[in-house]
Design a protein around this ligand. Structure first.
Ligand SMILES: C[S@@+](CC[C@H](N)C(=O)[O-])C[C@H]1O[C@@H](n2cnc3c(N)ncnc32)[C@H](O)[C@@H]1O
Length: 250
């Protein structure tokens, strides 16, 4: 996640952010994109929050020791956040896919922004991810990933629900911006995008083993197969995401 930039993984924010705006970045992860937002909106304030304290520790460690006066991080669950009419924009990138109750989170985001301000939701349609010539071990692991997510009540195609989620949270002026990323072996971004699945297999894969969706042996075989596949000259991978930009009624 630290190789992400707004240009390569959340370009909509480059149009939407301007100096002086205040921003809440929900599910900020290691804070890489959040820090870039703070540069764009300075002297406006940026708050990054994440439910995982380890992510917040990484985010805080990445801020220069001299500090970034307009950037702060804290650990919390957006579903219980108490922000009210405080921000010009609230963003959640690749977060709602991990929540069985995304409307609860988006309602809190809608409350956190001022009347007339923006809520931005970026997420992934896992059902449309494709690997050209994918190895069998990886295909089996990915099917198990989808089944594990569905079993946990998570929507594998949450992008299709995002407009309805935004409206249910009381937001209007809902605009959809499809974001398709295709990478081929040899391109500069190939290892960042395709390699992200190695991280999923390392982290979520262990949870899948614990929940008996795959064995540890299958998880390791999938990782090895994906790693070999990434060395191939013909490898290519496509990810389908959608960015929804919506507005709290004035
Ligand atoms: C895939 S990462 C995305 C990080 C970053 N937004 C990006 O696009 O690079 C999703 C993050 O959402 C966080 N998250 C999941 N549920 C959350 C919740 N209920 N409240 C706050 N953060 C949450 C996770 O801990 C994780 O760091």
């Amino acid at each position: 996640m630290t190789a992400r930039t707004l240009a390569n993984s959340h370009p909509s924010l480059l149009d939407l952010l301007s100096p002086g705006m205040s921003v809440l970045d929900v599910g900020c992860g290691p804070g890489t994109l959040t820090a870039e937002m703070a540069v764009l909106v300075a002297p406006g304030q940026v708050v990054g929050m994440d439910v995982n304290p380890e992510m917040i520790r990484l985010a805080e460690a990445s801020v220069p020791s001299t500090g970034t006066p307009n950037l702060t991080f804290y650990t919390a669950d957006i579903r219980t956040s108490e922000w009210s009419e405080r921000f010009d924009l609230a963003n959640a990138a690749r977060v709602l896919q991990w929540l069985p109750d995304p409307v609860v989170a988006v309602r809190r985001m809608a409350k956190a922004v001022a009347p007339g301000a923006l809520v931005v939701l970026l997420d992934c349609d896992h059902t449309r991810a494709r690997w050209a010539g994918e190895p069998d071990a990886w295909a089996r692991f990915f099917s198990a990933f989808l089944a594990w997510r569905a079993g946990a009540g998570l929507d594998n195609a949450i992008t299709r629900q995002l407009p309805a989620v935004a409206r249910s949270a009381g937001l209007g002026d809902v605009e959809l911006r499809p974001q398709v990323t295709s990478v081929r072996a040899g391109e500069p971004d190939f290892f960042r995008v395709a390699g992200a699945w190695r991280m999923i297999a390392e982290s979520r894969g262990r949870q899948m083993v614990a929940a008996s969706y795959v064995t540890e042996r299958q998880r390791r075989a999938a990782l090895d197969a994906l790693t070999d596949w990434m060395q191939g000259a013909d490898a290519s991978h496509t990810v389908h995401e959608v960015c929804v930009v919506a507005r709290r009624p004035a």
